[in-house]
Structure formats: C-alpha cells, structure tokens
Design a binder for this molecule. Structure first.
Ligand code: ATP
Ligand code: MG
Ligand code: MG
Length: 553
C-alpha cells in the first residue's frame, strides 16, 4: 500500500508492533452504550476500530456498555447491530459489560479486602463538597477509614438490596489530593433498584463507567481501547483500576484518545437526538433529517458514501466542525455512479404538442451514462406532458437555456419542441404551454434533425402515463451551524421550521415497480430513494440530496 498515509492511532499500533506486541495480540472493540441510535459521529469510531481490525486481520468485538439500566433498552441494542452490519462490518463476538457484573463484583470485594475501596454513606451533595477544586485538595470522607469487615458487610448488603438508592456507594480509595479530580476516590458502584434489559432484577447495584470499561477491555484482552478525547483525564483512573487486577502474564489494554467528530447544522449526541424524538421535532430516530445512521439510510445515503466521508475527514487529535455539505458531496459522488436516471416532475406545468398526432410512443432512455451495464428502458411520450414550471418563461434573456415563447429546447430522450403560445387564468398565471415539435428530431434516430444542437434539454413526463408519488423534500434540521454551542440559547430554538416539505410528484411509469430503499436520480433534480412508508397504493420518495450543493457560496 504505497503512499498510503496512516492516521495517528495506526502509528501508535505500528509502534507497539515494533516494540514487542505481536499481530496476534491485537484486538479492538466498538463500545456503544445502548441508550440511543448510532449517529454519524459513531461512524467515525466504527470505521476506526473495524478499519484497524481489517488492516491487521485482528478481531473486533461489539461491546455494549450497558451499565445504566435507567437509559438502556433492547430496541437500541437491535438498532445498533443493524447499523453496524449495514455499514458493512462484521464483529468477532458480541459482548455486554453486563456479562461481567459478577466478575466486577468479585474484583470489588478484592479491592475492599486490600483496603483499596470503601463504602461511603454520605449524600452525593456532601461528597461533591468534599471533592475540592483542581487547585484545592479534597477532604477525606468520615467513612474513609471504615474497617474491611464493615465495608464488606455494607457492600454485601448493598448487593442484596437492603438499602435504598442514594444511601451508600462504593468508592475506590485513591487520593483526595490528586491534581486529577477523577482520582479523588471515584465512585465504583451505586444502588439502583432498576430492572436491566439483560440481567433483569439480578442486580440492584450497578458499576460506574470507569470501573467497568477498562476491566471489560482486560477481560476481552483488547489491546487498544480507543475512545474520544473527553476521556483523556480518565486514562489515569483506567490504568489504576487495571493495576488492581492485571495478571502480568496477560495482555494489558491501553486507552488512547481521538477527537469527537461534529457535523454542522445538526447535533451528534444521543441525549439531544432523544430529545428531538421525544418532543416530536422529528418522526423518530430514523427520520431522514436525523444525523443517525438509520436516518441517513432512510434518506438514501449509501454505506460507501458514509465510509468515504469518514475516511476523508480522517482521525484527528482536536475537535472541529465538519460541514455537512462534505457528507452530501460523498453521497452525490457515489449515487452518481450507481443510481439509475429517471424522469419526474415536481412542479408541473402542462405542455401540449399541437402537431403531435399519435396516441403515444415509447422512447428509448439510457439508465445510467456512468454505468455501461445499466442498460436502457422505455419511457412513454404523448401529446400532453408535464414540464417544471421553472423551465418555462414567456420572455427571458439569452442566458435562460430553457423554454421561452418562440424558443426551442430538446425534451430529454425525445424531440425538439418550440413554444408557440401559452394560456393563462384571469390572474395571469400560466395554465399551459402550446408547442409544436419536429417529428424528425427524435433522439438517437440518426437523422440530421436529431443531431441538431439546441441550447436546453428539459425533463418531462407524459401526463396520462404519469405515476403520482408523495415526495419529501428535506432541508437542514437546524438553521444554525452549531446549534448546541450557544451559551444563551437552547439548541431546540434553532430548529428549521422548513426542514420538511411534502409535495406531489409526477413520475415516469417505470417507477411503479420501485421497491423500498431503491435509489434513483430524478434527472436535473437530485437523488431520491423510496421511503418505507410506501404502500401498494402510494409511492413515497425522499430527496437524498440535490444535484449541486445549493448551500455552497
Ligand atoms: P453520545 O453523547 O452521542 O451518547 P457517547 O460517546 O456517549 O456519545 P457511546 O455509545 O458511548 O456514545 O459511543 C461509542 C463509541 O463511539 C465511543 O468510543 C465514543 O467515544 C465514540 N463516539 C461517540 N460519539 C462520537 C463522535 N461524535 N465522534 C467520534 N466518536 C464518537
Ligand atoms: Mg459513552
Ligand atoms: Mg453518552
């Protein structure tokens, strides 16, 4: 792979391989918390971890970080698995932090016995007050020096369910003077009388993230535990917890951090996305306006376009904002190669070809000029057609390469027509355009007239053959570039009231048989895909992206 550049995480792995790790020791994991659907930020983490797995032929676990039963659900587990698979990745084993609850408990007992953990019976407010500040040492809890016996008895009682929530916690006894606030006797367990989606009511104490994550990595023998930058300060604690349990003969995982990815004009946080769902700002997690993987899929994005986007932005050491137009660029680029071309009219204007005498005829149309294997189809032509309202003006300057009175255009795959006149209602709105056509100018017929160049080519549909469809046009979900970074305003205040527009489109009849998920290019309009709301009675299309970036300056 000459000339290929490695990201800084890959450099770390390469260096470890030079310094004694064997390839067989490499193992990675993608560790989502099942408290929401995956979003485009997660795609970066997925591509990083699974990409490393592919590069080094190393196993990658899918590990559900399911330690907070208050927020986690089976629905989210299922959605996450579907999304990772759809992106094209295969995990080695499916793991759950909850599988390790007993092991974690046993290790916690060990820590108590070694005098390295104690039960604190203060309120969380009291504990917070004693934490101190980064420049001011914390104060020891009055329970810090409980005896091992007392701690064991209390912790067993916590586990049995003898105590209410908030009465006791288990804390690691580390250092209340540490300059790293996370090292000031962090909580390892809290009482939670909540049923868990996998362990049901087996447990009424649940381990905290820091206590769980590193130990889970160790149990699975993950070599490189990659997480986002906000965990950089947690690394010291991650290492401290590992020090307590690591067998020197076994591999010791290492945590390394990379920057979270943020996308413009949206929010990438499950908590905020849940808020959008719960407050009905969108129609569910897979609403095509959502930056979730399921939303992007429903919108018509391909896995390839998402992966190309993620690989283009790469892995960074600093956070920054990526413009959503880059994601759209990658959608366009891939869809251009794979999406069959079809014709559909979204703002119809009736056009009558006065000198067309036939009933109808079927014209040959190329499915995809970018793909030789895509073949041809037939589209019906008749005397009455729809064109787009924007494609006709009574008068226009020379730069208007569409139809104007006295002017000519070619109808895509069909004939050259000339606008002779138009009819209007009493308010002056144009009702129909009356044209004549040149019968010898049929595209592909090889005649001199068929080769004649005219300035514009329009898409169209035959009115009597047209299939009506509901067409959903999307715009940015937020009017602001970074809606959740304002100090004085909530991100919900920036919701774009015009992010969804539903119209009726008139489509060529080949689309009658379109299946949910099919992606097409409506010529001159953009890329569209068939929405799952489609029934045998009604076709529903989503616009994935327009043909050009209308937001570019
Ligand atoms: P959220 O705030 O959306 O819940 P999270 O980090 O809590 O994000 P997890 O389910 O814990 O979500 O994430 C699984 C993995 O994906 C973690 O390793 C996390 O660091 C990574 N990840 C989450 N969001 C992003 C992002 N925006 N960019 C890159 N990686 C991310
Ligand atoms: Mg997390
Ligand atoms: Mg989270």
């Amino acid at each position: 792979e000459v000339g290929e550049s490695l990201n800084f995480i890959e450099h770390i792995v390469e260096e470890d391989l030079r310094n004694g790790y064997t390839k067989a020791e490499l193992r990675f994991r993608f560790p989502p918390e099942p408290n929401g659907y995956l979003h485009i930020g997660h795609a970066s983490s997925i591509c990083l971890n699974f990409g490393l797995g592919l590069r080094y032929n190393a196993p990658v676990n899918l590990r559900f970080d399911d330690t907070n039963p208050a927020k986690e659900e089976q629905e989210y587990v299922d959605a996450i698995k579907k999304d990772v698979e759809w992106l094209g990745y295969t995990w080695d084993t499916e793991r759950y932090a909850s599988d390790y609850f007993q092991q974690l408990y046993d290790w916690a007992v060990l820590l108590i016995k070694e005098g390295k953990a104690y039960v604190d019976s203060q309120s969380s407010e009291e504990m917070a007050k004693q934490k101190g500040t980064p420049t001011e040492a914390g104060i020891d809890s009055p329970f810090r020096n409980r005896t091992v016996e007392e701690n064991l008895t209390l912790f067993e009682g916590m586990r049995r369910g003898d105590y209410e929530e908030g009465t006791h916690v288990l804390r690691a006894k580390i250092d209340m003077k540490s300059s790293n606030m996370l090292m000031r006797d962090p909580i390892m367990y809290r009482v939670l009388h909540k049923s868990h989606h996998r362990t049901n009511t087996d447990w009424c104490i649940y381990p905290m993230y820091d206590w769980t994550h590193g130990e889970s990595d160790y149990i699975e023998q993950v070599s490189h535990s990659l997480c986002t930058l906000e965990f950089a300060m947690h690394r010291e604690l991650y290492d401290w917890f590992l020090d307590q349990v690591t067998d020197p003969k076994k591999l010791r995982p290492k945590q390394r951090e990379f920057a979270r990815r943020n996308l413009s004009h949206t929010v990438v946080s499950k908590r905020k996305l849940l808020q959008l769902v719960e407050q009905n700002a969108v129609n569910g997690w897979d609403d095509p306006r959502m930056p979730t993987i399921s939303g992007l899929r429903r919108r018509g994005f391909t896995p390839e376009s998402i992966k190309n986007f993620v690989n283009t932005i790469g892995i960074a050491k600093r956070e920054n904002l990526i413009d959503v137009s880059l994601l759209e660029f990658h959608a366009r680029e891939h869809l251009n190669k794979i999406a069959p071309r079809v014709m559909g009219v979204l703002n119809p204007l009736k056009l009558v070809i006065l000198n067309y005498e036939g009933e109808e005829e079927w014209l040959e149309a190329e499915n995809n000029p970018e793909d030789e294997t895509a073949g041809f189809r037939k589209v019906p032509f008749s005397r009455e057609l729809y064109i787009e309202q924007e494609d006709f003006k009574e008068e226009a300057n020379r730069k208007f390469f569409r139809l104007k009175l006295g002017g000519e255009v070619r109808l895509k795959n069909g004939y050259i027509i000339k606008a002779e006149s138009c009819t209007k209602d009493t308010e002056g709105n144009i009702l129909e355009v009356l044209c004549t056509y040149d019968p010898k100018s049929k595209s592909g017929s090889g005649t001199e007239e068929s080769l004649r160049k005219v300035k514009g080519t329009l898409h169209w549909v035959s009115i009597k053959h047209a299939v009506e469809a509901e067409v959903r046009l999307y715009d940015r979900l937020f009017t602001d570039e970074s809606p959740d970074t304002h100090k004085d305003k909530d991100f919900m205040e920036f919701i774009n009231p015009e992010s969804l527009k539903v119209i009726t489109g008139y489509l060529e009849p080949s689309l009658k048989s379109a299946q949910v998920g099919d992606r097409v290019q409506f010529q001159r309009l953009g890329y569209f895909c068939v929405d799952p709301d489609t029934t045998s009675e009604k076709l529903v299309f989503n616009r994935t992206v327009g043909l050009r970036d209308v937001w570019a300056k």
